[in-house]
Ligand binder design. Sequence first.
Ligand SMILES: Nc1ncnc2c1ncn2[C@@H]1O[C@H](COP(=O)(O)OP(=O)(O)OP(=O)(O)O)[C@@H](O)[C@H]1O
Ligand SMILES: [Mg+2]
Length: 358
Amino acid sequence: MTCLSGIIGYLLTESRYGKAIQRMAMFSKDLGIDLGTMFTRLADSSQVLAQQPTIVAIETAEQKMVAVGQEALDMYGRVPESIEVARPLKNGVIADYEITETLLSYLIRQVSGSMRLIRPRVMISVPNGVTSVERRAVYEAVLEAGSREAYLIQQPLAAALGVDLPIGSPSGNMVICLGGGCVEAAVMAMYGVVSAETLRSGGLDFDEAIVNYVRRKYGVVIGQTTAEQLKTRIGAAVPQDTENSMEVQGQDQVTGLPRPVTLTTGEIVEALQDPLKSVIETGRRVLEKTPPELVADIIDRGVALCGGGALLRGVDKLLTKSLGIPAYLVDTPLTCVVEGAVKALPMYPILKRTLPQV
Ligand SMILES: Nc1ncnc2c1ncn2[C@@H]1O[C@H](COP(=O)(O)OP(=O)(O)OP(=O)(O)O)[C@@H](O)[C@H]1O
Ligand SMILES: [Mg+2]
């Protein structure tokens, strides 16, 4: 036994195999993953490696994966019954474990390339308010998907690290992440989350509000993708000086026949008022729970807005006015969470006490 462990020890340290193993360890990858309701992003310490819609096409009879990400999204609504195109996340949390794991292992393999044998160490973001069962599901899915070690980080904390907010200091930093499935507002200091609120609705509900508005006002039913196009192309959170308009195709609610309808920026602003009120409320509730000293810091520094929803025109103005604190769009609203997640890995010893445990 002693002899055998001696030989293994020699192979691991002295031989050329040992040197190769040491070299492989040196190259071992650290990956950050932002598992979002709409998009999943992977990054290493130098760049974003993959950015794909969180969607998978499955052959239902044999449960075989047919397509992942953009390719699966392109199939949406255009496949026979034998294929299911599914979004495995709902409001920021895993709704279908198997599909999530399939998607993650595909993406991890894809970004690992020739280093496939060396399993990466992964830091993955989760919404702040998730339950222990939801946390466990993410943790297990990442491990099953082929990572060597897995750690979880709260989405707003990752975003703050991703945009280099000074969260290690004892002063307050506030972030609002406006995602596709959830909105998270949090105040951070001393590498930890001091107060946070998660609203389990997001950009998809903005689209839904537009669908409902068009149906109520014009008696025309439009699809979610069309509503999203209206939101991103001509939409805004507050009235704009220049009004844009866009014609879309819908279906007459009474006759069922195709009917075009033209919407303006002002109408989209009106349609989005209710979901926007919920976002403001989420920010307000966090500020109410935050110690006054930290609020004073946030008034000086402002609120960083990230996530795809932060790209809605005028959302910074609306939040600045409603919260009484300057809100600004960060430089990398779509990728700051994944960039922050990978940055957090070497900081694990400092962050350990504040990261979600599984
Ligand atoms: N210019 C824009 N204006 C308004 N909304 C936008 C714009 N661009 C993207 N979005 C919205 O951003 C959302 C996607 O954002 P993001 O990628 O941050 O979400 P996610 O991380 O997948 O979701 P979550 O964090 O909630 O799980 C979509 O709802 C999309 O419609
Ligand atoms: Mg997100």
